[in-house]
Design a protein around this ligand. Structure first.
Ligand code: TXA
Ligand code: MG
Length: 347
């Protein structure tokens, strides 16, 4: 029932894009790559089609979807108000890994926005995504193409594992670039507020707007603070294994991971370490996956979700993960690791 097709992002086969657009226009679902993660798309103006997304993912109805557009001007069809600062931000970071929350127009149903007065809108940079939106001539609603609660997919294989038989088409466009979902920034407040950190960082936004803050719910990992982004309240991005994250100086992190590894091993548990290029050498003889280079956080963001899934495939019960500095992309990496981790140990 699910058709799987390969598309080269550097040499797009428009016959396939046409077929995919037809599925969208007939109320079906198409999974496509973006520069962040894969998305499961449907016509944002067709409630029945949008409903198929919620069903396929097992997504709670109170979690609103992002609507994807291909031109900045499309924004005016969907948002009732586009403040000057939103124009400035879009001018700089669209197309790209950034989603803006704006007051919505009535054309967007309560199904898409989970009854909120605002909508999440994004203009991606991936050429396959853009071609699909242009060809279908529809805004496309697309959450990440994972089963709800699992790490977002960064390769078509992850989508096949989660959604085979549950969607009409999967477009395999290779690995995504950033590997973490877009930055969600609320533009309806006087000071723009980041509801979910991602590829466009707070530093990037401050550079062009002067001001930007984090939603308090993503700074403190305190369950009493209700996040403004409904999706942030779920314990997300979690692999089957228990994830323990270690925070502190790199020496202390390594020491504690080595000690705990040996302790868990005596208990007969299957343990894996998520190491980095800089620390790998301290874990010889242990099960490790090197997630990337601390001096190039893009390598870590792009591998993180894939490696969490790999640990599951290896049948690990426990994953010991190192933290990174919360600067730049590090903020988004730590936000996702924090959600995956059942336990954070300060060392
Ligand atoms: O990178 C991405 O954003 C990917 C690709 C496919 O574009 N999409 C994605 O969608 O991550 P999803 O549905 O997994 O995450 C959307 C997030 C959720 O946390 C949701 O709660 C939040 O955006 N959101 C959507 N509409 C909102 C609104 N009106 N106000 C606040 N948060 C909203
Ligand atoms: Mg998601």
């Amino acid at each position: 029932k699910t058709k799987i097709v390969k598309v080269d992002p550097n040499n797009i086969d428009y016959d396939i894009i046409k077929e995919a657009a037809q599925i969208i226009n007939n109320g079906g679902t198409v999974v496509f790559p973006t520069e962040t993660v894969y998305g499961i798309g449907a016509d944002a103006l067709n409630d029945e089609a949008v409903d198929k997304i919620f069903k396929a993912k097992g997504r709670p109805q109170d979690n609103p979807l992002i609507v994807h557009i291909a031109n900045f001007s499309d924004l005016y069809d969907l948002a009732s108000e586009v403040p000057e600062k939103a124009k400035v931000l879009a001018d700089k970071y669209w197309p790209g890994p950034m989603t803006m929350i704006l007051n919505k127009k009535g054309i967007l149903s309560d199904k898409i926005t989970a009854g909120l007065k605002t909508a999440a809108i994004r203009l991606p940079i991936n050429e396959i995504a853009l071609a699909l939106i242009r060809e279908s001539k529809k805004p496309i609603a697309a959450p990440s193409a994972n089963t709800s609660g699992k790490p977002s997919p960064t390769e078509a294989g992850h989508v096949i594992d989660d959604l085979m038989g549950k969607v009409d088409m999967i477009i395999d466009g290779g690995s995504t670039y950033i590997g973490l979902e877009s930055t969600v920034v609320d533009m309806t407040t006087e000071i723009p507020m980041i509801l979910r950190p991602g590829g466009v960082t707070i530093e990037d936004i401050v550079k062009v707007l002067g001001k930007c803050e984090y939603d308090p719910a993503i700074i403190k990992n305190d369950e009493k603070i209700i996040p403004k982004s409904p999706g942030q309240k779920y314990r997300h991005y979690s692999p089957k294994a228990d994830v323990i994250m270690y925070k502190g100086s790199i020496e202390n992190i390594v020491d504690n991971i080595v000690q705990d590894y040996e302790k868990f091993e005596l208990e007969g548990r299957n343990i894996g370490i998520m190491s980095t290029l800089q620390t790998e050498k301290y874990y010889t003889g242990k099960n490790t996956i090197c997630v990337g280079d601390r001096n190039n956080l893009l390598t870590i963001s792009s591998n993180l979700f894939r490696d969490l899934r790999k640990f599951d495939e290896l049948g690990m019960d426990v994953i010991l993960a190192e933290s990174v500095d919360e600067k730049g992309l590090g903020k988004a990496i730590m936000n996702r690791l924090g959600k995956a981790a059942g336990k954070v140990i300060n060392v």
